[in-house]
Structure formats: C-alpha cells, structure tokens
Design a protein around this ligand. Structure first.
Ligand code: IPM
Ligand code: MG
Length: 357
C-alpha cells in the first residue's frame, strides 16, 4: 500500500540536506520495492516569507494525514526579530504539538569510522550507542504563563513556566522503558529534583512507573547537570537516557559531539501508535554554511532511516539504508564537518553507491 511522506525542507541548509533524502527515496522506490509518495511544502521562515505563517494550516493538516513527516531545519537571523508566534521555531513547536509527538528519540551512535572525528578520545567514544528520549510537547517550551512584562520601576521581567503532569511524564518514560527492553535494559532519568518541583514529580512518577510496569528494567536517577558531566566523562555508561524537553535539547546536542559531528544525528518524534511521526536531523539551519553545498546530509538521511523503521513499516529498508551509510563512512566519505572535503551531493552519491552495491 502506498505510504505518504510530507517533506518540509525548511530554512538554511534544510533544503540541501533533504534533497539528498529525496534522492534516497527515489532510489528505494525504483529499486527496492518502497512505495512512498512524497509531498513537499514550505515550512519555517520560508513559509513565513511566502504565506505569512511558519506553519500554514494546510501544511499542518497535511502533516496529520500523512504516514510520516520529515523536516530539514528551521530558523535564521532574518526572522529572529519576528514576534514569537511568527518565528520559524514557533512553526516547529506548533507542528510537534499538533502531531502530539511527545517522545523524541535521539540516538547518539558513534560509527567506528568516525571514532577519531570526535573531540573526545577514541577509547571514550568508540562503540558508543546511546538513545536519548526527550519529552517534546511539554515542559518549559510550552508552559504558561510566559512573557516579558514591564515593571513600574522601568525594569522588565521575563519568565517561563516549567510544568509537567503525571500523564505527560508517564507516557514519555514508558517509551524509554520499552526501548530499553530491546537494548541493554537500563534507563537513566535526568531531572533537577534538587531544586525544581517538576523535577521532584518527574522522579516520583518515573520511579512508580518502573515499579509498576517495568520491574525488569534497571532505573537510575541522575541530576541533569551531573548527566551533562557524565556524558563527556564516560558516555558509555548510558543506554537509554530519558529527560524533559529543555534538558533533552541540551543533552542531545552535547551527546552529538561524542559521535563526531552534530551533522550526524537524526531524530524521530513519535506519539501514540498509528499516528504519523516527525523526523528531523537535530542540527539546525546553519545559516553560516547555507547555500554552500557543504552540509552533511547524513543526519537527514538517517532521520529518513528512522522514518522507515518507526512510521513506514519498512525496517528491512531501514537496515539496508543504515548499512549503506556505514559503508559510505567506512569507504572514507567525509563532509567538512567530519574533516573531509565532500560536498552534500557527493556524500549523497556515496550513500546511493553503497545502496546499489
Ligand atoms: C532541536 C532544536 C529546536 C528545539 C529548535 C529549532 C526549536 O534546537 O530540535 O533540538 O529547541 O527543540
Ligand atoms: Mg536543539
């Protein structure tokens, strides 16, 4: 049965990296029995410029009716002064919320060929395989009240609200425990229960969930600042790391550096079974290199690999695509972020060549 993918290239390097995903989709459609129809829409700043909204209604509705959505990147300096609701990032947050994709899977995996590309020592990162599960539709990114107020004394006051309910914590932690069962069976949960009430609740809820539903999975609690330190000290102690929206944003960028480059890390955002997932490289729009043809397309390609696995029922092709990326890296293919000189398209060529081999 034909499945549908909505492609949202977005801003900055987004269109360059998703163009390589389109090539991979075409190849798999033509040669490997994939039956995927791709629709493309403007998103983020690009959509704002054309339609006055970073997430046009039609795009949001289409996202909800597809099997999977793949986003390139959003944001750029030219939109930084937009009022918040009209910023590219607001389009992304709105899409995550509308799709209700509360569990963000961010694997930090160090390919053998890249163990020397990390700024950390080879022995610290070789063989690294962490799955970060970031809560994606709650917490301080969405909490109310928020704002910047004018005070009588002429100062201003900016504030955000970090807030989580029991069910929000439970559902994302359940995903983490289920994932751990298929891996090394260990979950580390990170919060700041030493200073935050939401952290106290987070720790209580994850503990109760583990006792009730996952007594077979090991659970360890870690304060988020300590987790940040442990990630560079001894990253291999982590199997599944579950944490809130803000800490997950930060810790996943940090973990990416253990793998060699931010340009390598894909992500999958999933919600209830049967609903479409949202797939995005975790790197941003990189305005400094946009249009140069240098960007590493592997995070985008690996995001599509996750879509094949989690939304498109083609784990077989996901395995094949993953192996092709590995072969390309083993053969020495490197974009600039990895210390090489290949262009975005040439890295795409290397993956396609490995697929065809
Ligand atoms: C990410 C990004 C986004 C986030 C931005 C672009 C809104 O940093 O996906 O990690 O903060 O979630
Ligand atoms: Mg981020």
């Amino acid at each position: 049965m034909t499945k549908k993918l909505l492609l949202l290239p977005g801003d900055g390097i987004g269109p360059e990296v998703t163009a390589q995903v389109s090539r991979v989709v075409s190849w798999l459609n033509d040669n490997a029995g994939l039956d995927l129809q791709v629709e493309t829409r403007d998103f983020g700043g690009t959509a704002y410029d054309k339609f006055g909204s970073p997430l046009p209604d039609e795009t949001r509705d289409l996202a909800l009716s597809c099997d999977a959505v793949l986003m390139g990147a959003v944001g750029g300096p030219q939109w930084a002064k937009n009022r918040r609701a009209l910023r590219p990032e607001a389009g992304l947050l709105g899409l995550r919320k509308a799709m209700d994709v509360y569990a963000n899977l961010r694997p930090a995996l160090c390919f053998d060929a890249l163990a020397d590309a990390s700024t950390l020592r080879r022995d610290v990162v070789a063989g690294l395989d962490i799955m970060i599960v970031r809560e994606l539709t709650g917490g301080v990114y969405f909490g109310e009240p928020r704002g910047i107020d004018d005070l009588p004394d002429g100062q201003r006051r900016g504030y955000d609200t970090q807030v989580y309910t029991t069910s929000e914590i439970e559902r994302v932690c359940r995903v983490a425990f289920l994932l751990a069962r298929g891996r090394k069976n260990k979950v580390i949960s990170a919060e700041k229960s030493n200073v935050m009430e939401s952290g106290v609740l987070w720790r209580e809820v994850v503990t109760a969930l583990q006792q009730r539903e996952f007594p077979d999975v090991e659970l360890e609690h870690m304060l988020a600042d300590n987790a940040a330190m442990q990630l560079v000290k001894n990253p291999k102690q982590f199997d599944v790391l579950v944490t809130d929206n803000l800490f997950g944003d930060i810790l996943s960028d940090e973990a990416s550096m253990c793998t060699g480059s931010l340009g390598m890390l894909p992500s999958a955002a999933i919600g209830e079974a049967g609903k479409p997932g949202l797939y995005e490289p975790i790197h941003g729009s990189a305005p400094d290199i946009a249009g140069k043809g240098w960007a590493n397309p592997l995070a985008a390609i690996l995001s599509f690999e996750m879509a094949l696995r989690w939304s498109l029922d083609r784990a077989d092709l996901a395995d094949r695509l993953f192996a092709a990326v590995k072969t390309a890296l083993d053969s020495g293919a490197r974009t600039r972020d990895l210390g090489g000189s290949l262009s975005t398209t040439e890295m795409g060529d290397a993956v396609l060549k490995a697929l065809a081999a």
